[in-house]
Write a protein that binds this ligand. Structure first.
Ligand code: SF4
Ligand code: SF4
Length: 322
């Protein structure tokens, strides 16, 4: 597995408390990454030589603009040219002066901003604030896109886009299907867009490794992963190179990223472990969450995954697929 992007989840604190938040963030959360941990993660990603991008996420990263600035200055000094931030755009409610001061100070540091806004976010962040945030990004020539969660029903991406005024034209959007993870598990099951047959789903970690505000490291950035046992370890008592090469869960991710063995894992989880997996899913990540959110699962599955790992190594050594 080659890792290209380091996602630093700066905080679980958020101005919103969206009913679908896979990370269960909100105003009453108080986790915050300290600069020494961010530096350690960036230093070690730099040493590994494969990482190209540093992405800051939350919670709501813009609650801490000074920390964003400090981290991105450090990442730039370490040679990372791609430096991104994800936000819900709440800061569009700031005065023009404050917005220009903050966004102006970040303009040479941030290469891309992803703004999450859809029918769920709009319950907490007014769309007019998001447009003001976008206008500020445009004033300071910072590229951005708007990320929209899709579900069936009146909160769907199509319905939301249709409700927007003319300002919505000519913007760049990315639309993704919502998974039943985290707080979204309590939403009506009929809302989820489950088009994929279970046996066709895949694990696609996209070369992203996530570091939580408290130092916990996860092998992808899917929202459900943080509520699973699929943790590589903690950066406060380990190193990124070690966690990304030597740990048990890292062997698991190598197995899972192989489509044949991911299918075998789903069969094993259903047939041997008795985990109830639906025939249709939003994605492989939704099924992964259903498996790895079971307490004790990483121990229960260890011998199966170790067998699969050795099988995978052998087939690669022999240049054959089986
Ligand atoms: S989905 Fe995003 S904006 Fe909503 S509570 Fe979670 S982190 Fe905050
Ligand atoms: S299937 Fe699991 S490990 Fe793979 S990308 Fe999705 S959440 Fe991450």
């Amino acid at each position: 597995m080659i890792y290209r992007q380091l996602a630093l989840m700066l905080t679980d604190r958020c101005t919103a408390e969206c009913s679908f938040c896979g990370l269960s963030c909100g105003p009453s959360c108080h986790g915050l990454m300290d600069m020494s941990l961010a530096k350690k993660a960036i230093d070690e990603a730099s040493i590994m030589g494969t990482f190209e991008r540093i992405g800051l996420t939350g919670g709501e990263a813009f609650l801490y603009p000074e920390l964003i600035k400090e981290i991105l200055e450090y990442a730039r000094a370490k040679g990372f040219e791609q430096r991104t931030v994800a936000t819900n755009g709440f800061w569009g409610q700031w005065s023009d002066e404050k917005t220009d001061e903050v966004i102006g100070s970040l303009s040479s540091l941030v290469s891309f901003v992803s703004i999450s806004h859809d029918a769920f976010h709009a319950e907490y962040v007014k769309t007019e604030y998001v447009w003001r945030a976008i206008e500020a990004l445009e004033r300071h020539s910072i590229p951005y896109s708007i990320s929209i969660a899709d579900v069936f029903g009146d909160k769907g991406a199509g319905e939301f886009l249709a409700s927007l005024d003319d300002k919505a034209f000519y913007k760049q959007y990315s639309i993704y299907p919502l998974s039943a993870v985290g707080r979204a598990e309590s939403l009506s099951d009929s809302m989820f867009v489950r088009y994929q047959n279970k046996e066709d789903t895949v694990c696609y970690p996209e070369g992203i490794v996530s570091v939580n505000w408290d130092g916990d490291v996860y092998p992808c950035c899917a929202p459900g992963i943080f509520a699973t046992e699929f943790k590589l370890g903690n950066l406060k008592d380990s190193s990124l190179p070690y966690l990304l090469t030597k740990t048990r869960c890292m062997r698991y991710i190598n197995v899972m990223a192989d489509p044949v063995r991911f299918r075998r894992l789903l069969e094993y989880a259903t047939d041997v472990l008795g985990i109830d997996l639906p025939d249709k899913a939003v994605s492989g990540c939704e099924l992964c969450y259903k498996i790895f959110s079971n307490p004790g699962i990483t121990d229960n599955i260890a011998s199966f995954m170790d067998d699969q790992y050795h099988d995978l190594l052998m087939s690669r050594l022999l240049g054959e697929e089986r």
